[in-house]
Design a protein around this ligand. Structure first.
Ligand code: NDP
Length: 402
C-alpha cells in the first residue's frame, strides 16, 4: 500500500493514472499533478466513471523545484512517477532528493536547446541517490523500458553471450490524419530528425537521419512495414550493460505520408528548435507546430490497427550461434476500450506502472540510479503478461530479419 504522485497529464499520464487506479492494493493513494490541472481533473473524472475510484489532482510547474518540493511535502508519496516531458527530469530528480522520495521516468533528460539523447546528466545523480538511500529508475516506458527488459530476459534465459541487437518498433495504427504524432509532437520530431547513431565494433557510428531503410514483416499477420534506422536512447545503456554486444541498432516504422510531411516541414524550417523572431516576439518553430497538430491524447477514438515492438538478438548458447526474438503486439482499439487511449500511450504507460509496482513491492529496490536492464527481468515480464502487454518469444528457426 503506497502513495504515488504522477506528474504529467498528457497521453502517457492518462494511462499511468488509469493503470495505477486498477491496482488499489499497490497504489492505495494516487495524486495526478500537471502544469494544467484541468487536464488532471478530466482524467480523474474518467477514472471515477470507469472504475468508481477517486484520485486527487494538483497543479504544479515541474520546472520550479521549490514548488515541486512543497507539493511533494504536502502529498508525502513514496514515489514520484515522472511522465511530464524530458526537460523536467533533472528538476524532478532534485525535488525527490530534497524530499527523500523515490523517482521513476520514461525518457532521458534533454536540454531544451539541443536534441541530444544521453544519460550522462542523469547518471551523474548516481552518488547522490545512493547516499540518500533512494532509487531512481530511468526509462520505464516501452522503448526505452520494456525493450531493455526484453534484452535482459533473452540474455538471461536464452543466451550465454549476446552479440547483435535490433530493436524494432512498428506502429501499424492509422488515425486518419495526414500528419499527427502519437506522442508529444515536439519530442517525437526532435527524435526522428536527429542524426542516427548505431553501435558497431565498440563505438557509435553517426549517419544521416532516416538514411537506412528495410522492409519488415511482423509476425501474427500484423503486416509488412518500412523500417528506418534511428538513434534511440536505450542503445547507450544497453551497450554499456551488455559489453559483449558488437552491433546494436534501433528501427522504427514510418508511413510515406508522415515522412513527406516531415520533409516539407523540415525544409521550410518548422522543425527548428532554436528561437526565431516573429512580429517582435521570440518563438520556437517546433513549439508553434506542436500547437497546430492534433493532441496525441485525442487520437484514441480514431486510431485503428496494432503495434508490434520487439527485440531481435543474435548470440551464442552452449557454443552454438542462435537467434531469438521477443515481442509484444498491442491493439489500438482494445487500449481505447480499456483506458480511453491509443496504443502508443498505453505501451508507455503500462511499463511505467509496472516499474513503479516493482519498486513499491520491493522486487526492484536498490539505492542509486538504474536502467531497466540492470534489474531482474522475470517479475517485470510476468507483470507485463498480467497487465495488458503479453509477449511471445521465438527462438530460431522461423524468424527472419535484416
Ligand atoms: P504530452 O505532451 O501528451 O504530455 C506531457 C504532459 O506533461 C502534459 O500534461 C504537460 O502539461 C505536462 N508538462 C509539461 N511541462 C510541464 C511542467 N513544466 N510542469 C508540469 N507538467 C508539465 O506527452 P506524452 O504523454 O505523449 O509523453 C510523456 C512522456 O513520455 C514524455 O517524456 C515522452 O518522451 C515519454 N514517452 C516515452 C516513451 C517510451 O516508450 N519510453 C514513448 C512515448 C512517450 P500541459 O498539458 O500543460 O502541456
Amino acid at each position: 500500500m503506497a502513495k504515488v504522485l504522477i506528474i504529467g497529464a498528457g497521453g502517457v499520464g492518462q494511462v499511468v493514472a488509469h493503470k495505477c487506479a486498477q491496482l488499489p492494493a499497490v497504489f492505495s493513494d494516487i495524486t495526478l499533478a500537471s502544469r494544467t490541472e484541468s487536464k488532471c481533473k478530466l482524467i480523474a473524472q474518467q477514472i471515477l466513471e470507469k472504475q468508481g475510484r477517486h484520485i486527487s489532482t494538483a497543479g504544479v510547474d515541474a520546472d520550479n523545484v521549490p514548488e515541486l518540493v512543497a507539493l511533494i511535502r504536502r502529498i508525502q508519496p513514496a514515489l514520484v512517477i515522472n511522465v511530464a516531458l524530458p526537460y523536467q527530469d533533472l528538476h524532478i530528480m532534485d525535488a525527490c532528493l530534497e524530499t527523500g522520495v523515490h523517482y521513476l521516468d520514461t525518457a532521458n533528460y534533454e536540454p531544451l536547446d539541443t536534441a541530444r539523447f544521453e544519460y550522462k546528466w542523469q547518471w551523474a545523480y548516481q552518488e547522490r541517490f545512493r547516499k540518500a538511500g533512494l532509487m531512481a529508475l530511468l526509462g520505464s516506458g516501452f522503448d526505452p523500458g520494456a525493450t531493455n527488459v526484453f534484452t535482459a530476459y533473452l540474455k538471461k534465459h536464452y543466451f550465454d553471450e549476446i552479440h547483435e541487437l535490433d530493436i524494432i518498433d512498428v506502429n501499424g495504427g492509422n488515425h486518419g490524419y495526414p500528419f499527427a504524432t502519437n506522442f508529444n509532437p515536439e519530442i517525437n520530431i526532435r527524435e526522428v530528425t536527429a542524426e542516427c547513431r548505431h553501435w558497431e565494433h565498440g563505438q557509435f557510428i553517426t549517419t544521416a537521419p532516416m538514411s537506412l531503410k528495410q522492409s519488415f514483416t511482423c509476425t501474427d499477420g500484423v503486416g509488412t512495414y518500412n523500417l528506418y534506422r534511428l538513434y534511440h536512447e536505450e542503445l547507450e545503456s544497453l551497450v554499456r550493460h551488455f559489453p559483449t554486444l558488437k552491433k546494436a541498432q534501433f528501427w522504427m516504422s514510418f508511413g510515406d505520408s508522415y515522412l513527406k510531411h516531415l520533409e516539407v516541414l523540415g525544409n521550410v524550417g518548422m522543425t527548428r528548435i532554436d528561437p526565431v523572431e516573429f512580429q517582435g516576439q521570440q518563438i520556437v518553430p517546433i513549439q508553434f507546430l506542436k500547437a497546430l497538430l492534433p493532441d496525441p491524447a485525442s487520437l484514441g477514438p480514431r486510431t485503428r490497427g496494432k503495434t508490434w515492438i520487439g527485440c531481435h538478438i543474435r548470440g551464442v548458447k552452449d557454443g552454438k550461434e542462435r537467434r531469438a526474438v521477443v515481442y509484444n503486439i498491442c491493439d489500438h482499439q482494445a487500449c481505447y476500450r480499456e483506458v480511453l487511449s491509443q496504443a502508443i500511450s498505453y505501451t508507455t504507460g503500462v511499463p511505467a506502472m509496472i516499474g513503479a509496482k516493482m519498486m513499491l513491492e520491493g522486487k526492484w529496490q536498490a539505492p542509486g540510479v538504474w536502467n531497466m536492464e540492470q534489474m531482474d527481468p522475470d517479475p517485470f515480464m510476468a507483470d507485463m503478461n498480467k497487465h495488458g502487454l503479453p509477449w511471445s518469444v521465438i527462438v530460431e528457426p522461423g524468424f527472419t530479419l535484416v
